[in-house]
Design a protein around this ligand. Structure first.
Ligand code: AGP
Length: 610
């Protein structure tokens, strides 16, 4: 899950490449590097650590030139060292390559190259590409052709970019499995793993498809497909301003994105609520009401936080539409021979739209002939383009690695979907209208939740010392407990587990002691009394309790060491309110522990390898 940026034009490339890498650092941040063409010379600079380390070294030793490539890394092969950082060079500076993905047959290719006398400098899979390219380039000067001759020898996935001093002003890129997008500027062209790095320069972009190779020059670009030959690219326009990805006066992107959630939910519902019919409507599903009525089963496939959102979707669709729903881990679903009949609708959920396992699940479902829809945030992403239809979240760029606002947008959209499917079946107009009105009030209620942040900081001080934490929730709140636990794990590195509250007595209760806090997600609802007894069971074993509950719930407040209130609201929208205190709890625990909140260790924002 690395970040790639390439530039060719009339401006100095380094500053543009560095600024692009900073915007892509959420994709991987263990080392970084650039390679520029300074006349006949290839200039290489690379450093272990953050992009700012590379920036520091470029102040001492600048990399001149108006054409270059760059990379920020998430290690797949070899630790984070200067040597393993990209770009990798082949043939004594004949060519430099940056790569995002995994070359699965790199060991065999390496053996062949070493047997023919090539000396490797790094432990990476990527370096084989540089040496194969140098060999293919030979004494010639057509990097575009050389790349096309090398690619068939590579097994695995790649988004790659290359430059060679023999081809001044040219950047060549290729895509198979990992995203790449071309930026169309005036007298300049850019290449990047994600439009965020291109947006400050141009809103006109062309997304590369799998099997495509591109040659960029300052004046022009050309795309060829490995089977279909020359391609006339589709040029899209980015519908968001680059400022949206700016941190502004927030301490971290995660905090900024948590605080944006009232707008996020409003934007996710904008133009989709149909008060007059007591339902919701979508423009991009590409399925008629008749086709949707014929659906007898829904399968969601997703990873991580998106999987938790899908689980909330399961509870809501079963409750409002009485339709059976299964929620699958995409990485399992794509290889498991799950029996799906022809009345099954498959939905994949992905914020980035690039997660390899979720993309694999989409392709597997489509290969088996199922209508496959997607819920995505990134417009023009691979999953969004390959799905038969879908729903965009309109949450804007999400930069923090720990997903927050995208989760809320996913839950809001799945609530709308449950309402839509329900009103196509047995859900009455009054019940549908009640959901419309409840959703309409959520942004204002979220502002009330955000105002309780000081109390959440108090709870965080208690949690920051813990070695392990249990998160517990019933019904719609079980997925919220899972999400709360994931957030804490991701950014504070404290072990945490989410469990259905009723499951506690069947094992996890053994973990309860004065050092192991429990976080109960327990707004008022049909099962509230049962949850109160479960809180009592934890109290009886001297377990500290932090409880998210409905404002004014004296019983729960009495039982909890810290009570985190949320406004009273209908059960179907409570997950949207209850998750925010858990996001802020994780945020403040990580802040208290001094963790790198926006770039937690070992993680990356979109996981484009299996
Ligand atoms: C969530 O905070 C994590 N970043 C991770 O679990 C993420 O949800 C998962 O990788 C799926 O990403 P996607 O929604 O972009 O497919």
């Amino acid at each position: 899950m690395c970040g790639i940026v390439g530039y060719t034009g009339s401006h100095e490339a380094s500053p543009i490449l560095l600024a692009g890498l900073r915007r892509l650092e959420y994709r991987g941040y263990d080392s970084a590097g650039v390679a520029t063409l300074d006349g006949p010379r290839l200039v290489l600079r690379k450093k272990a650590g953050r992009v700012r380390m590379l920036e520091e070294s470029l102040k001492e030793e600048p990399a001149a030139g108006v054409c270059g490539i760059s990379h920020t890394r998430w290690a797949t092969h070899g630790p984070a060292t200067d040597r393993n950082a990209h770009p990798h060079v082949g043939g004594d500076g004949a060519v430099a390559v940056v790569h995002n993905g995994v070359i699965e047959n790199h060991a065999a290719l390496r053996r062949d190259l070493e047997a023919s006398g090539v000396a490797f400098l790094s432990q990476t899979d990527t370096e084989v590409i540089a040496h194969l390219l140098a060999r293919e380039l030979g004494d010639g000067d057509d990097l575009f052709d050389a790349v096309q001759r090398v690619l068939p020898r590579l097994e695995g996935t790649y988004g790659l970019a290359a430059v060679s001093p023999r081809c001044p002003g040219q950047v060549v890129g290729a895509r198979l499995g990992s995203p790449l997008v071309v930026g169309l500027g005036e007298g300049e062209h850019l290449l990047a793993s994600d439009p965020a790095a291109i947006a400050p320069h141009t809103a006109r972009v062309a997304f590369l498809q799998d099997g495509e190779v591109v040659r960029l020059t300052p004046r022009d670009f050309e795309i060829r497909h490995r089977e279909r030959g020359s391609i006339t690219p589709r040029v899209d326009r980015l519908d968001w301003s680059p400022d949206l990805a700016e941190l502004g006066d927030h301490a971290h992107y995660m905090l900024k994105e948590i605080r944006e959630q009232p707008d996020t939910v409003r934007d996710a519902c904008r133009g989709r609520l149909r008060r007059g019919e007591g339902t919701a409507a979508f423009g991009g599903l590409n399925m008629t009401a008749r086709q949707l009525r014929r659906v007898r089963r829904v399968v969601f496939a997703a990873c991580g936080t998106s999987w938790h959102a899908a689980l909330v979707g399961e509870y809501l669709i079963e409750r409002l539409a009485n339709l059976p729903v299964e929620v699958e881990y995409a990485g399992e679903f794509r290889y498991r021979n799950a029996p799906l009949d022809d009345r099954t609708l498959v939905f994949v959920l992905s914020q980035s739209g690039e997660t390899a396992d979720t993309l694999g699940a989409l392709r597997e479902a489509k290969r088996r002939g199922h209508p496959t829809l997607a819920v995505c945030n990134v417009v023009g992403s691979t999953i969004a383009r390959e799905a038969d239809g879908g729903i965009y979240l309109h949450a804007g760029p999400e930069v923090g690695v720990a997903s927050t606002k995208a989760f809320s947008a996913q839950v809001a959209v799945l609530t709308l979907l449950a309402l839509h499917l329900g009103r196509l079946r047995q859900l009455s107009f009054p019940d549908g209208l009640a959901v419309v009105e409840a959703l309409d009030r959520v942004p204002e209620l979220l502002n009330q939740v955000l105002a309780t942040e000081p109390r959440i900081v108090e709870a965080a001080e208690r949690l920051a010392k813990a070695r392990s934490v249990l998160y517990l929730g019933r019904d719609l709140h079980y997925p919220i407990a899972l999400e709360g636990a994931l957030k804490l794990k991701e950014i504070s590195y404290i072990h945490a587990e989410g469990y259905p509250t009723a499951e506690m007595k069947h094992g996890p209760l053994a973990l309860i002691d004065p050092e192991t806090p429990s976080v109960f997600v327990a707004p008022r609802g049909a099962l509230h009394a049962k949850t109160l007894s479960n809180v009592e069971e934890v109290r009886a074993r001297l377990g500290p309790v932090i409880a998210v509950g409905t404002e004014g719930d004296a019983d729960l407040a009495r039982l909890a060491d810290v009570f985190l209130p949320i406004p009273d609201a209908p059960e179907v929208v409570q997950p949207l309110l209850a998750v925010v205190p858990l996001q802020l709890l994780a945020y403040h625990v990580a802040r208290i522990k001094g963790c790198d909140i926006d770039k937690p260790r070992n993680l990356a924002k979109s996981v484009t390898v299996e």
